[in-house]
Design a protein around this ligand. Sequence first.
Ligand SMILES: NC(=O)c1ccc[n+]([C@@H]2O[C@H](COP(=O)([O-])OP(=O)(O)OC[C@H]3O[C@@H](n4cnc5c(N)ncnc54)[C@H](O)[C@@H]3O)[C@@H](O)[C@H]2O)c1
Length: 301
Amino acid sequence: MITNFKGKTAVLTGAGSGFGLECARIGAKLGMNLVLVDVQQDALDQASAEMAAAGAEVLPFRLDVASAQQMEAMSQAVFERFGAPHFVFNNAGVGSGGLVWENTVKDWEWVLGVNLWGVIHGVRLFTPMMLEAAAKDPSWQGHIVNTASMAGLLNPPNMGVYNVSKHAVVSLSETLYQDLRLVSDQVGASVLCPYFVPTGISQSHRNRPADLDAEKPTRSQLIGQAMTGKAVGSGKVTAAEVAQKVFEAMAADQFYIFSHPKALGNVQNRMECIMQQTHPTDPFAERPEIGRDLKAALRAD
Ligand SMILES: NC(=O)c1ccc[n+]([C@@H]2O[C@H](COP(=O)([O-])OP(=O)(O)OC[C@H]3O[C@@H](n4cnc5c(N)ncnc54)[C@H](O)[C@@H]3O)[C@@H](O)[C@H]2O)c1
């Protein structure tokens, strides 16, 4: 829980675009110091310039969140400059699609590297710093928000690697919450589970590193890319609205943050299937045409 953001420090990964950028904008308005982390240099430069012009103290890092070494160096530099950060947003992530058996080792390594290891590094490096700051000062407050997805609570077909990465982030975040409650009341945790929101996510391949380069995409990967692009692009909730919810959740010490609470019926359906021991059901029950179109596209000659 954080009730007063002024003069506090935020570390935001994926700060060059989408939810990370929108949270940086709110942080700047609230008078926070901003550590902006992104792998894309031009997006990072632009975000840094914008936040500095808005009056924020900015510390930018171009790095790959999947790299233990780069994340360690960044966390040390943050500590030296600002001390323990109050808000850590482990948010950088990339999208991927395709039938689960068609993904290459490099596909798995890239997506799990960014979406899961990026969050793991943020948690393992910053939580001890935050707990130490809390132990020294009973008024110190901090909060960690990890970005998962509704794909961390549902398993839509043709996007298995992404689903696996996001389920792992939900698990890590719930466990983080439980573990924190054992040792402190001053450091909170939340998990952000967006549904389809227009951001740069459907163009994630723009930042895929050369050493984990993609092979020629399979048909199911091309179909997945097109369908996700359409779903994300037609989303009605904005990234700025989602970022606002992130700050409200920190102030209210709310764990689950949803961009589309109405989509939770799908999670309930999934849980019913587990309870009733039936087969997994359509994860988009309210929009059966998604599954129908996908099936037709994959079975077409
Ligand atoms: N937009 C959606 O519909 C949606 C839905 C569910 C979950 N999410 C999640 O939201 C998070 C933010 O994504 P977004 O939608 O704002 O997309 P985005 O592409 O607009 O922003 C992601 C940012 O992360 C950066 N990034 C990518 N790889 C990186 C790496 N290895 N190291 C550091 N930075 C890296 C990108 O350069 C980009 O600036 C992701 O974890 C994504 O999975 C998005």
